[in-house]
Design a protein around this ligand. Sequence first.
Ligand code: ATP
Length: 255
Amino acid sequence: MNLSIEQLGHSYGQMEVLRDITLDIPAGKIVCIVGPSGCGKSTLLRLIGGLEQATSGQIFQVGEPPQACLNPLTYVFQHFALLPWRTVEGNISVVLEDHKLSKAQVNDIITDVLTRTNLTDFRQALPKQLSGGMKQRVAIARALAVKPAVMLMDEPLSALDSQTRELLMDDLVHLWTKEPFTGVYVTHNLNEAVRLGHKIVVLSRRPGCIHKVVDIDIPLSERLAGNATLTEKQAYLWDLMRDEAMAAEGELIDG
Ligand SMILES: Nc1ncnc2c1ncn2[C@@H]1O[C@H](COP(=O)(O)OP(=O)(O)OP(=O)(O)O)[C@@H](O)[C@H]1O
């Protein structure tokens, strides 16, 4: 299933946040959204996920969701959003509860996503027993459990230290390489964008418009740290963003 976003605009009261966003999210690809603070990246993700209704424009779901999809659009949040009183297994089963699945089916899905995210040994652990990186793996496993058509990821690695971020990026690359998923990935981090994005959408400062779309053709599994093309792309993205980011910073400081 592809998503087709057409002339999307959004305002909060008098404040225009997004303007004229037209964008395709192709099936099986990861689209990264970058841009200065406050330019509307998270708002765009919430509009795509249907958590808020856009002021103008439309979002179309084109084609069918994958077979056995339980929920076409699912989120991975920056702060994991795990239920502290439920085990890892319980945090995943919660998203399967309303789907008329047998106990055996639920068990199979949980076993599968825990295997894919290397969490099998932590099935009965509580979130408080897990590191930040492990918690985010659980959140990713929970998202995968509903076989989403599109995974919406809002700064999923930004609460983690840099080493854990590297490990989780590798995990996401492995997951995608084994079974490509469609993702929209909001980040401030241009290194994450060039490692994970097939397409990188650079938004201008608020009201966020599409400033540039940069495609990266290198397969995800070949995007190793230090790759010269990626370093170049990252520098190019920063060139595109620097002036806008400085202006946005000034706006925040000035109120
Ligand atoms: N529910 C809301 N009501 C009013 N204003 C909001 C709401 N949500 C976001 N905003 C404002 O809309 C603007 C865009 O916010 P948004 O979080 O989408 O930007 P962002 O690009 O994701 O920001 P950041 O990079 O800092 O996370 C900001 O000025 C923010 O304060």
